[in-house]
Design a binder for this molecule. Structure first.
Ligand code: OOG
Ligand code: MG
Length: 255
């Protein structure tokens, strides 16, 4: 088995068993193409177990997240159906290693979208937008990683929650948002934190996923990236996001 496949197996098993593993490239020397190959192979293992691809997540699209994690490059990861947590549902804490949560905006596409597209073309492919939360759960010990590490680990993606869908024909470039834990605000921000406009994240998703040979499909969800720093999740809590005009999304975590 090649070393990249070994890393993919290691990360997939860590995710499946919710147990932390050592960094695979602490010094960050692995070429990014290899790190994405590890990610692709680990997602392939999920697909072979029956998980379906449902979209893409973007990472480090806001300065808040770049600063929090010390990484300045936009990255992407693959979403499968089993990562989706129904709005309002309760997820067991035991599913995670050391989960964090961050407020995002989600797109759902009505048309495929691939390659170098303009923001106008990207918007024309959007069926709807929604307030969303991403649960990130690095499989590495202490949530510490290099850029190739986090790319290989599917950009820390573990779960996502999407609220009610809204018409994308509105200005969503600067929507205020509040993320709360048990109703207490813990992060306040705006969708403008996401590359100045969340559509830019969709443009990047179209380019990066097409370059990887997996162009965005109609019906796929694109998570635009955290608008604020992430917060640790504790068992027993209810986490929610309230986004200006778009409404709320939330989930419970049970012990
Ligand atoms: C990496 C994932 C970053 C985002 O929205 O910026 C990300 C991490 O912070 O562990 O999902
Ligand atoms: Mg995120």
């Amino acid at each position: 088995m090649s070393q990249l496949l070994e890393f993919a197996t290691l990360l997939d098993e860590a995710a499946q068993s919710a147990s932390a593993t050592a960094q695979i490239d602490p010094e960050g020397k692995m070429p990014l193409a290899d790190a994405y190959a590890v990610q692709a192979a680990s997602i392939q293992r999920r697909v072979e177990r029956g998980e379906r691809r449902v979209g893409v997540k973007m990472g480090f699209t806001s300065r808040a997240k770049m600063i929090q994690m010390g990484i300045g490059d936009v990255i992407w990861g693959r979403l499968t159906h089993s990562m989706q947590v129904e709005e309002g549902a309760s997820v067991p804490f035991s599913r995670f290693v050391h989960p964090r949560v961050e407020p995002e905006l989600a797109f759902v596409l009505k048309k495929p979208l691939a390659g170098d597209v303009t923001a106008v073309e990207a918007l024309a492919a959007v069926e709807a937008i929604a307030p969303a939360l991403e649960i990130i759960d690095s499989r590495y010990q202490d949530f510490k990683f290099s850029l190739p590490d986090v790319v290989a680990d599917n950009a820390s993606s573990s779960g996502f929650v999407v609220g009610a869908w809204s018409d994308p024909c509105q200005d969503f470039s600067n929507l205020g948002l509040v993320m709360s834990v048990d109703g207490r605000p813990v992060q306040v921000g705006s969708t403008a934190a996401i590359l100045g406009h969340p559509l830019r994240s969709l443009v990047a998703a179209a380019r990066l996923s097409a370059a990887a040979g997996e162009p965005l499909q109609a019906g796929w969800i694109v998570m635009a990236g955290g608008a604020t720093p992430a917060e640790w999740i504790e068992p027993g809590r209810y986490v929610s996001v309230d986004m200006e005009r778009l409404g709320c999304a939330g989930f419970h975590v049970h012990p």
